[in-house]
Design a protein. Structure first.
Length: 217
């Protein structure tokens, strides 16, 4: 599959996300300038040479791509008439908390307490990364649930393995790590041979499988 096919099948171009959200491009750009909506996660720059009877002309065009999960965020901005970055952050934080409450079910209390100790600061950091398009590039679809899963289960893996320093894991820890592995695997974007390697997949998923003989199941 070519890179363009990959983007066209899995992402929205600017005009497509605007059409799906039923807004014009000026509104999308206003949202971005106001700190309400993320920047595009990928930009392709095409250098074109057009050869015809009229001669040869050269052009450069840029195509911006947004993950499909961003449509849900656009719909939230519209539904709740959000006009300020502080309002947008409040809704982002509420959705983050809701997703987190679902994902921590069954995890050890000590781990949950450790992850949530500086939760407000963590959400603020995730919000900033969300706005610059980071999560759209590293997650499967860019949905907030995936953002939370990436934040949480990276932490779970590091916490339970003590940053991969432990040589042996007990059976209960292995069970929890299997859950973390599945959740992270489902939330992180798949590798594409034409794009940079997914470092989360290498540093957490592949390393966990190899070092502790775990599998995604």
């Amino acid at each position: 599959m070519s890179l363009l096919n990959h983007f066209n099948e899995n992402f929205y171009q600017t005009i497509e996300i605007c059409q799906s959200a039923r807004v014009n491009e000026d509104i999308l750009f206003h949202w971005q300038e106001s700190g309400l909506f993320p920047a595009s996660s990928f930009v392709i720059e095409n250098k074109l040479q057009v050869n015809s009877y009229l001669g040869i002309t050269e052009h450069t065009e840029q195509i911006e791509y947004y993950p499909r999960g961003y449509l849900a965020w656009a719909q939230i901005l519209i539904k709740h008439n959000i006009e300020s970055s502080s309002q947008a952050f409040m809704y982002f934080g509420n959705l983050y908390q809701q997703a987190l409450n679902q994902l921590v079910h069954g995890l050890p209390e000590t781990l949950i307490a450790s992850f949530t100790e500086d939760l407000e600061e963590s959400i603020q950091s995730s919000w900033q990364y969300f706005l610059v398009g980071k999560y759209g590039a590293i997650s499967s679809t860019g949905k907030i649930e995936e953002i939370v899963a990436i934040d949480l289960f990276k932490y779970v893996i590091s916490f339970l393995t003590e940053d991969f320093s432990l040589d042996i894991l007990d059976e209960e820890t292995r069970k929890i790590l299997h859950v973390a592995l599945r959740q992270l695997n489902n939330s992180v974007a798949l590798d594409n041979p034409l794009l940079p390697k997914q470092l989360i997949r290498q540093r957490y998923i592949e390393r966990l499988i190899k070092q502790y003989d775990l599998s995604v199941r």
